[in-house]
Design a protein around this ligand. Structure first.
Ligand SMILES: *Cc1c(COP(=O)(O)O)cnc(C)c1O
Length: 495
């Protein structure tokens, strides 16, 4: 089990409850300067309720708290669509090298050639991986890259004198939720295109949705169903015939890394989530990095800055430039630079053969789960999947156990729950993404837990509905937990 009940009890003792008058957690050296007078009385608060604890108590308190934090470093994290893979520690070390971490963003370009070169090489490598050579790294997340892509689509049509009438963006119902949101933020009207019975795009529905009013289509590929649409080239061709652009959501790149390139498939733009595919611990709300890759034709519109390389002198010079028709800046400087360093390390250390192994193992692991679990959990679409498998807990629901209950019960078995109720088009969805970095033994114990929960749903459904029992907190009001999080102790609050 991930949580030992004793440690849970110990943490329930809040720091204030450990406090005893006069206990100290610090020793200060004797005063060797004249004592300065205290501030005016009215600035001094006598009643400030600071805990008085020894250093040992303080260390135990925070160490216990840190153990409550589930992480990729403590266990399996099968959160579908999030690609919670293991991230090699030396990438963090590389990102903390003083030459990178202490560099001021306004440093003169001549004094920052190493960092600029790293960004330039990363642009080249990601452009090659995406099959779309223009790259901007200065975006904080996938969703922000989507917004940039939609602003590019708007600028592209406007430059062709078509901007006024192309006001619609098509989004399949198997898209990630950020896709329609980004199109709407960029001022487009969103029209949904439905999937067919196999989970692929319905080409007839696509044809009838297209018109001279359509500016583009946003296509999550592989889809949020964990499927690769074999008609994707045909889809791109049909959309292009209508004069519209195809934007790819490449956050699921883990499935096709090194095997298929968005540019070759017919996409005009794609974003890659460095914090998913290319290392970087995320999930705790830490910074991310979306990179937008576009065709040669769209490169002049990219958000600023991009790094250019000039030949001529004794050695090449790297410099930040603003593309000629840039849509502007969406993020300060070059984005979250430390994450660019980690992605660079990831790609350079794995090389081409290693990147191919990533997608091979990611897909193999997901299909292993799919086949081992399908006798107990209904598959949303019963066909080979890509890097994640989407199940539908409708049979368990008929026994009174919902996807939410299964997810909570997995916590008792020591696992982070998978994504649930997404994608929206799957009833009682359980979306499981094992990633390539998990061993067969880990997958087997996860499978055993899910099979045990299925048995419980038959024999003692109340046990599943009552979960989690072994976590420090039981079921939360998830809406207020997200909207009004309680992040610190305060004296007035009841516990
Ligand atoms: C994670 C994800 C996004 C959004 O990326 P963020 O970096 O969280 O903004 C978009 N599409 C898909 C398919 C994703 O998995």
């Amino acid at each position: 089990m991930a949580l030992i009940p004793d440690s849970v009890e110990a943490t329930r003792l809040l720091l204030m409850e450990r406090s005893r008058p006069g206990r100290r957690g610090s020793t200060l050296p004797a005063l060797d300067v004249p004592a300065a007078p205290l501030p005016e009385k009215r600035f001094l608060r006598r009643e400030l309720p600071l805990p008085e604890v020894s250093e040992g108590e303080l260390v135990r308190y925070f160490t216990h708290l840190s153990h409550l934090n589930y992480a990729v470093d403590t266990g399996f994290y099968p959160l579908g669509s999030c690609t919670m893979k293991y991230n090699p520690k030396w990438h963090d070390e590389a990102a903390s090298l003083p030459g990178f971490s202490q560099l001021h963003p306004r440093q003169d370009a001549l004094q920052a050639q190493g960092a600029l070169r790293l960004i330039w090489e990363l642009q080249q490598m990601l452009g090659e991986i995406a099959g779309l050579p223009g790259c901007s790294t200065a975006l904080a997340a996938g969703a922000q890259a989507e917004l940039a892509g939609m602003l590019i689509a708007r600028a592209y049509h406007r430059a062709r004198g078509d901007g006024g009438r192309r006001r619609t963006v098509l989004v399949p119902d198997s898209a990630h939720g950020t896709n329609p949101a980004s199109a709407a933020m960029a001022g487009f009207q969103v029209v949904t295109v439905r999937s067919n019975a196999h989970g692929d795009m319905d080409l007839e529905a696509l044809r009838s949705a297209l018109s001279p009013q359509v500016a583009g289509m946003m296509l999550t590929m592989p889809t949020t169903l964990g499927l690769f649409d074999a008609h994707v080239q045909e889809v791109c061709r049909i959309v292009h015939q209508a004069g519209a652009l195809v934007y790819g959501d490449g956050a699921n790149l883990n499935a096709i890394l090194g095997r298929a390139r968005y540019g070759d498939l017919g996409f005009d733009m794609v974003h890659l989530n460095l914090h998913k595919t290319f290392s970087t611990p995320h999930g705790g709300g830490g910074p991310g990095a979306g990179v937008l890759c576009v065709s040669q034709e769209l490169a002049p519109l990219l958000p600023a800055p991009v790094v250019a390389r000039y030949e001529g002198g004794s050695r090449p010079l790297f410099e930040a430039v603003t593309p000629p028709q840039s849509i502007g800046r969406l993020h300060g400087f070059f984005g979250n630079f430390g994450i660019l360093v980690r992605a660079y390390c990831y790609i350079r250390s794995l090389g081409e053969a290693g990147l191919l192994q990533v997608s091979a193992n990611a897909v193999l692991n997901a299909n292993y789960l799919r086949v081992r679990l399908r006798s107990a959990y209904r598959l949303a679409y019963d066909r080979p999947c890509m890097h994640e498998a989407v199940f539908s807990a409708t049979e368990q629901k008929a026994r009174g156990v919902r996807a939410l209950d299964i997810a909570k019960r997995l916590i008792d078995y020591g696992f982070y729950p998978p994504t649930i109720y997404f994608p929206l088009i799957v009833d009682e969805a359980l979306m499981i993404e094992p990633t390539e970095s998990e061993s067969k033994e880990t997958l087997d114990s996860f499978i055993a837990a899910l099979l045990a929960i299925d048995r419980e749903s038959k024999e003692s459904p109340a046990t599943v509905r009552d979960a989690p029992r072994r976590a420090p907190v039981r079921r939360l009001d998830e809406t207020t937990a997200a909207r009004r999080p309680v992040l610190r102790w305060s004296p007035a609050r009841e516990h």
